[in-house]
Structures are given as structure tokens and as C-alpha cells.
Design a protein around this ligand. Structure first.
Ligand SMILES: [Zn+2]
Ligand SMILES: [Zn+2]
Length: 281
């Protein structure tokens, strides 16, 4: 498929998903879900720009992936042979693949909230107008990191490429869903599947919600590792005070300036976190 053809298909896909999530929200909020206020339009524009940037670095991600894929054989590390899946039904492969990848996503997400990686991931948390396109607000460093881990997992498992692609597609949609501007808590399923309310608490600019609700799909990881917290509907402020809101350029250079600040602090012998107190989680 040519590059132009890919761009056209992706544009159609994203336009459709935008319609899908807006339509879903309309069930809850009526026409309000369609009439986006100015701040949400600004947020969505910045988020779609971020998506375009992430798509434009696809050749880098592809090069890293190709290198990583061959890693197991090159280093003679044990991994599951692709033939092992020959007689396994597709739904079983999908279920196993989703479970393993969601577990990896939980720990990747926790790592992104650590001191060193937070300057990268804080770009995702910077959106004060949370909406389904916030899922696209991912710094390109995070995109590379996440894809690298996915490739390492997928090539270790030896799953057929169409199953791996299916898992990615599904989890991307889940990511969009949990960022929706609706107060859906999932009732009795709240301890099973991540809801928009669950993820809104993860984005809340409130110290008691920092480092909670890391799961993308299965809430069980947070319950298991003691990071689950959903006290009720989330009416907290989103975004991070002191961070750029929707300025793409400033958001792109944000990790570099934060790391420079951290280095300066270390060189001056100051305790870490002084300059980052507002933003560090
Ligand atoms: Zn996070
Ligand atoms: Zn999020």
C-alpha cells in the first residue's frame, strides 16, 4: 500500500472513530456531545496534530521494531515458536494476547509515572479538556517506548501478525473510550473493565489520585497491586498546573526542558523534585 493510500485510509478510519465516540457520548449527553466548546476544539486540534506527528515517525518505529523482532534469535533467547499457535482458535489467541499486553500496559504506565519518565508522560496528562482525542496526546518518545515493548511481547509470543494487529486495534479503541467525556462507571463491572470514570480519576489534578488507576482495560491489575481508586463521579480539574495546555511545540520540547531542570538540580546538590513539585507524580 502506497503512503498516500495509507494516509487516506487512516483519515477515513479516524474520521469514523470520531463519529463513533461522538455518537456514543450523544446517548448520554444529547446534542451537547456534538456541540464542542472552543476549549475542546483547541484540545482536539492539538491532539490530532500529535497523532499526525506520531504517524510521521512510523518509519523510525518500524526500524526499531524490525531490529527488536530479530533480537530473540540473534541473542539465542528462548521464545514461543509461531507453529505453537497453529491449532489454537483465533479467539483464544486474542484473549491470551490481550491479557498479556494489558498486563504489560499496566506496568509500562507505572514506569511512565516514575521520576525519569514522567516528563514524557506528563504531556498526555497536560490536557485540561479531557475528551476521546486525548488518547492521541502521546509524546513521540512514549510512542517509541510503547511500540518497542509491544513488539518485544508480540515477537516473544510468536502470535500471527493479524492477531497482533487485531489486539492493537481493539486496545486503541479502548484507549479512546476511557477518555470519553461521560460519567460512565460500569456498575457491577466496575471491578472488571476500565470505565471513563475510572480513567478520569487517573487524570484528576488532585494529589490523592496521583499514581492510581493505571489499567487500560482490566481493572484487576490495579486491584491486585493496590492502585485502584474510584471514590465516585469525578468532578476534579484535569491537566497539570504550570504545563502548556494545547501548544504542540511547547509540549514536544517539554521532556527536554524538564530533564535539563532535573540535571541542574542534581548538579547543584538540591533535593530532587523542588522545581518539579507541581508536576511530579
Ligand atoms: Zn498516566
Ligand atoms: Zn489518559
Amino acid at each position: 500500500m502506497g503512503i498516500l493510500e495509507r494516509i487516506i485510509w487512516l483519515t477515513i478510519y479516524y474520521a469514523n472513530t470520531l463519529a463513533l465516540f461522538t455518537g456514543l457520548a450523544a446517548f448520554d449527553r444529547g446534542v451537547d456531545a456534538i456541540r464542542w466548546p472552543k476549549n475542546v476544539v483547541k484540545s482536539a486540534t492539538a491532539n490530532m496534530c500529535m497523532l499526525a506527528i506520531n504517524m510521521s515517525i512510523a518509519p523510525v518505529v518500524f526500524a526499531v521494531a524490525t531490529f527488536a523482532e530479530a533480537g530473540y534469535d540473534r541473542l539465542a533467547l528462548p521464545h514461543v515458536a509461531p507453529e505453537a499457535w497453529d491449532h489454537v482458535p483465533a479467539w483464544v489467541m486474542l484473549a491470551i494476547g490481550i491479557l498479556i499486553r494489558d498486563f504489560a500496559d499496566y506496568w509500562n504506565h507505572r514506569l511512565l509515572h516514575s521520576r525519569v519518565f514522567w516528563p514524557i508522560h506528563s504531556v498526555h496528562h497536560s490536557d485540561p479538556d479531557l475528551n476521546n482525542t486525548t488518547a492521541f496526546r502521546i509524546h513521540f518518545f512514549e510512542t517509541i517506548m510503547m511500540h518497542l515493548s509491544y513488539i518485544l511481547i508480540a515477537s516473544w509470543m510468536g502470535l500471527p501478525p493479524e492477531i497482533t494487529a487485531g489486539i492493537s486495534l481493539l486496545l486503541v479503541l479502548v484507549g479512546r473510550y476511557i477518555h470519553m467525556t461521560v460519567d460512565w462507571g460500569h456498575g457491577f463491572l466496575r471491578y472488571v473493565i476500565a470505565s471513563p470514570r475510572f480513567h478520569q480519576w487517573h487524570h484528576a489534578d488532585d494529589p490523592s489520585s496521583y499514581n492510581t488507576n493505571f489499567a487500560n482495560l482490566f481493572v484487576g491489575w490495579d486491584l491486585l497491586f493496590g492502585t485502584y481508586r474510584v471514590p465516585g463521579p469525578c468532578n476534579e480539574r484535569f491537566g497539570i498546573s504550570g504545563m502548556p495546555k494545547h501548544n504542540i511545540l511547547k509540549l514536544l520540547i517539554w521532556p527536554f526542558t524538564e530533564w535539563m531542570k532535573m540535571c541542574r538540580q542534581a548538579l547543584q546538590g538540591r533535593p530532587p523534585g523542588q522545581a518539579l513539585a507541581k508536576t511530579d507524580r
